[in-house]
Design a protein around this ligand. Structure first.
Ligand code: NDP
Length: 255
């Protein structure tokens, strides 16, 4: 197998949660380009359909599913539909996530819970549900969306719940990687720095000094700079990589 062939996802079935925009969409399109059969999973039907049209426009075999990743029943239905329509899952990208800023003194329990429901519990539940199938087949790659916010405390904004949820995703990644390494399933996370997407679309200008100018590379990332790392982790090119948290931050965490 040539070096480039190792990056191929030809014939592999991949689920990308939150694949209808931002980083998830870039990963879904990148996987399709690498030959994967792709299922995009998110709540907004219109955006799902638009992304599906783009995927099919590339000639990809793809489906889009409307689901709330915070609901176990939606995730179970997701696995059933993908398996029936596309085949067993080779790659799961737990990318769906939310973020908002809130001072610790006023953050209420409902908002704290909302972050964990989507950013952590959904990653856990999807990994367990799809992981059971992967372990039974002794093959699979799970890629979780972590963040530099799980490694450092961001400034000037406060978002303790977000940071804690991502730190927990990093540790969940390592725990599952250790548990499933001998069962043929690899589990890794990507920890991006600031990527320009809708997750914080109003703040990029307000916080430009901290989020962009102080980054060693002095710019934001684009979603298509995260997708190649997902491809490495999804494909045979990453066959010896498990339990890693890949930092992709233009040097943000260097100082
Ligand atoms: P966006 O806000 O652009 O996209 C978020 C995606 O998640 C959308 O597709 C959204 O679709 C989906 N989503 C959110 N909640 C749910 C839910 N309950 N069920 C199903 N899908 C859901 O975010 P980004 O692309 O910026 O971020 C993607 C991931 O990367 C997140 O986990 C984020 O925390 C992480 N990240 C982002 C960084 C950045 O700077 N942008 C930096 C570090 C990490 P819909 O609303 O239709 O459901």
């Amino acid at each position: 197998m040539s070096l480039f062939d190792k990056f191929s996802l030809r014939g592999k079935v991949a689920i990308v949660t939150g694949g209808n925009r931002g980083i998830g969409k870039a990963i879904a399109l990148g996987f399709a380009e690498a030959g994967a059969v792709v299922a995009v999973v998110a709540r907004d039907e219109k955006k799902n359909e638009d992304t599906l049209a783009e995927l099919r426009g590339m000639g990809a075999n793809a489906i889009a599913l409307t689901a709330n990743v915070a609901e176990r029943s939606d995730l179970e239905a997701m696995l059933r539909t993908v398996t029936d329509e596309l085949g067993p899952v080779d790659v799961l990208v737990n990318n769906a996530g939310i973020g908002f800023h809130a001072d610790a003194l006023t953050l209420d329990d409902a908002d704290w819970r909302r972050i964990f429901d989507i950013n952590l519990d959904a990653v856990w539940m999807a990994s367990q549900i799809v992981g059971r199938q992967m372990v039974a087949r002794k093959a699979g790659s799970i890629i979780n969306s972590g963040s530099i916010s799980g490694l450092i405390v961001n400034r000037p904004q406060w978002h303790s719940a977000y940071g804690v949820s991502k730190a927990a995703v990093h540790h969940l990644t390592k725990s599952l990687a250790a548990e499933w390494a001998s069962k043929g399933v690899r589990v890794n996370a990507i920890a991006p720095g600031y990527v320009k997407t809708e997750i914080a679309n109003t703040e990029y200008d307000d916080y430009r000094h901290y989020w962009r100018d102080e980054v060693p590379m002095q710019r934001y990332a684009t979603p298509d700079e995260i997708a190649p790392i997902a491809l490495l982790l999804a494909s045979d090119a990453g066959s010896f990589i498990t339990g890693s948290v890949f930092v992709v931050d233009g040097g943000y965490t260097l100082w």
